[in-house]
Design a protein around this ligand. Structure first.
Ligand code: HAM
Length: 428
């Protein structure tokens, strides 16, 4: 027999048993962003390669090593999006969404990075991203943090902690970069291969190195906050004051630099030690220069994205009680007349009992096999219709998860009876 084909490494199927947890997570996050007045924007999965090279930065890991890039049939270089911010800015510019107006937008969907797959790190993964345009002050930076804190609260997640930093204006960053390069060059013999390569291209990323042999060198390096310009320092202290006023705890991490080039001023990450090596569940910051860099006016912007696989892993390890989406009711139908009658009755019940999930047996089968299916699908009750029930306009309601007696109910009374039996379990 031929070997069955497998999915691409690092790209996961989300199976029916997992999809209700995904829906719960997506619905909860959608509720929170809507509560803050953000509107959804839906963006293509493919963009011109140029867009990511220009916005994320030519010498970042993502652009250098991780993009799924190919030429299409016209010979145009396209890339599966590794993140959503660049596409969001592109779409706003293309459709004139930033003309004299503020935008608060969010998106959700798969992103693609050719990283080495491991727990919490995949080649196709899912983000919820939130972006704002046209708001310069630290109020929006703080509001986004409030929003993320509310997300964790709504999901019942504890164990995420907030790290913040300011990267300053491009000028402050350039001054810092020079000081850092001087320092690192003076210790060139202590640099590992990766860091030596980055020294000329992206020295700030050396601070992110996880190599234990480099940690002493990094600990003694000049610190970015010492080079912060006045405007960025003021912005950052305004941001911290708003977090303090709301009672949100945070740690200032002067070595937090982020892996994408477009950031300036505030950056942040929510991290947890519950997930092993891939502990960043949410990250973002201010990117005041990107809109202009991609051809628009100088418009300030702030945003973040969170990783749904990582959040879901946290939810699972917290043993959170997640809503199920199994049917409440499985209709067992015996004979052609019962099938004909049952299909129509089922739709009447779906209308009459809002939130009811009712699966009708299709494809025939003996009583025994139909009850087996009823049990397997997770329903609480079986609703049995045979010739006699069709003639009498009744149905037999049989509990599947308790020893309670079955009951015969007239079809006109069924909706009320089901509403009562399933109270607290119906959706919506
Ligand atoms: P990022 O830090 O590259 O930022 O990704 C954000 C989050 O996506 C990470 O914190 C992580 O939870 C998740 N993530 C990233 N890569 C993977 C992966 N290979 N597997 C699973 N999860 C992953 C951005 O993407 C920026 N666009 C965020 C942003 C929006 N900044 C401003 N606006």
């Amino acid at each position: 027999m031929a070997k069955t084909l497998q999915a691409v490494r690092g790209m996961n199927d989300i199976l029916p048993a997992e999809s209700s947890a995904w829906q719960y997570l997506e619905d909860t996050l959608r509720d929170v962003v809507h509560a803050y007045g953000y509107s959804e924007i839906r963006l293509p999965l493919l963009e011109k390669t140029e867009l990511f090279k220009r916005s994320i930065g030519e010498v970042t890991d993502i652009v250098e090593k991780e993009m799924y890039t190919f030429d299409d049939r016209n010979g145009d270089s396209l890339t599966l999006r590794p993140e959503g911010t660049a596409s969001c800015v592109r779409a706003c510019l293309q459709h004139g969404l930033l003309h004299n107006q503020v935008q608060r937008l969010w998106y959700m969907g798969p992103m693609f990075r050719h990283e080495r797959p491991q727990k919490g790190r995949y080649r196709q993964f899912h983000q919820v991203g939130v972006e704002s345009f046209g708001i310069p002050g630290p109020d929006i930076d703080a509001e986004m943090i409030f929003m993320t804190a509310r997300m964790w609260e709504r999901l019942g997640l504890t164990g995420a902690s907030l790290q913040i930093n300011s990267l300053g204006t491009p000028k402050a960053r350039a001054d810092y970069r020079n000081a850092l390069v001087d320092y690192l060059q003076a210790h060139a013999d202590a640099l590992d291969e990766d860091s030596t390569r980055r020294l000329g291209s992206n020295p700030l990323r050396i601070l992110d190195s996880k190599n234990p042999a480099m940690q002493d060198l990094i600990a003694a390096a000049p610190l970015l906050p010492d080079y912060l310009d006045e405007e960025s320092a003021e912005h950052f202290s305004g941001f911290c004051a708003l977090l303090d006023a709301a009672g949100i705890s945070y740690e200032i991490n002067p070595r937090l630099v982020r892996g994408l080039d477009y950031y300036s001023k505030t950056v942040f990450e929510w991290v947890t030690d519950q997930l092993g090596a891939q502990g960043t569940i949410c990250a973002g910051g201010r990117y005041d220069g990107l809109v202009e860099y991609l051809g628009g006016k100088a418009i300030p912007a702030f945003g973040f994205a969170l990783g749904l696989e990582r959040l879901l892993a946290m939810l699972m390890s917290a043993d959170a009680e997640l809503p199920a989406n199994e049917p409440h009711l499985y209709m067992v139908v015996s004979g052609a007349a019962a099938t004909e009658h049952g299909l129509v009755l089922a739709d009447k019940l779906r209308d009459a009992v809002p939130g009811l999930r009712l699966q009708v047996n299709c494809g025939g089968g003996s009583f025994k096999s139909q009850f087996k299916r009823a049990d397997r699908c997770g329903a609480d009750f079986a609703l049995v219709i045979g010739d006699e029930e069709v003639a009498q306009k009744t149905a037999v309601l049989k509990p599947l998860r308790s020893n309670a007696d079955q009951e015969t109910v007239t079809q006109t009374a069924l909706a009320t009876r089901l509403g009562k039996l399933l109270s607290g379990k119906l959706d919506g």
